[in-house]
Write a new protein. Structure first.
Length: 189
């Protein structure tokens, strides 16, 4: 048996073993520190970006007017829609978000709600009692008192009907905006 250095097993020097342990400790500390920093950083980033991924545009039930404010004469009357509005990061209480026309059928508590926005280009329509019709000031679209188009008409569809109900003497409308210029009634998101 020879005592040559090639035949003896390699045993690291104490300094090399200490350096290796020190490297693994530093590596472990770096990994733990990265996780500790990553978790709150990711949570903060998600909280910051949350409003951008939130879906809006769903119909919201809004109290619009007392039933007594809508005579049962079949004439549509315009009412503002006021609700809390929220953009990506701010909240604005009691802001006007649109307008609706409410019409009661004679001798009934049944209410018809129409969005006051013209489906052609988004202009606000006005009701003309003498002509018993709505008229869009932008491109001369005309609609009957029930919201149906009077042909010829550049609007691709009738005025948008909105669901509504009377609760405790107040008319509640499911207010929603729709894309303009489309033949189908497609809700904005």
């Amino acid at each position: 048996m020879s005592n040559s250095p090639a035949s003896q097993p390699h045993t690291p020097t104490p300094a090399a073993a200490t350096a290796r342990r020190s490297f693994f400790r530093r590596l472990l500390a770096l990994a733990v520190g990265g996780l500790i920093t990553l978790v709150p950083g990711a949570a903060g980033l998600l909280a910051f970006l949350d409003p951008l991924f939130r879906r809006g545009g769903r119909a919201r039930q809004v109290p619009v007017a007392p039933l007594a404010a809508i005579p049962d004469d079949g004439v549509p009357r315009q009412f503002p829609v006021v609700a809390d509005r929220q953009d990506a990061w701010n909240s604005f209480p009691a802001q006007p978000i649109g307008a609706v026309f409410l019409r009661r059928t004679p001798g009934s508590e049944e209410v018809l709600a129409l969005n006051a926005t013209c489906p052609h280009a988004g202009c606000m329509v006005a009701y003309q009692p003498a002509a018993e019709s709505f008229r869009c000031p932008c491109h001369t679209s005309r609609f009957k008192a029930d919201g149906t188009r009077i042909l010829p008409c550049v609007s691709p569809r009738d005025l948008d009907r909105l669901e509504c109900e009377v609760r405790d003497g107040v008319v509640w409308v499911s207010y929603q905006d729709f894309y303009t210029g489309k033949a189908q009634k497609i809700a904005r998101q």
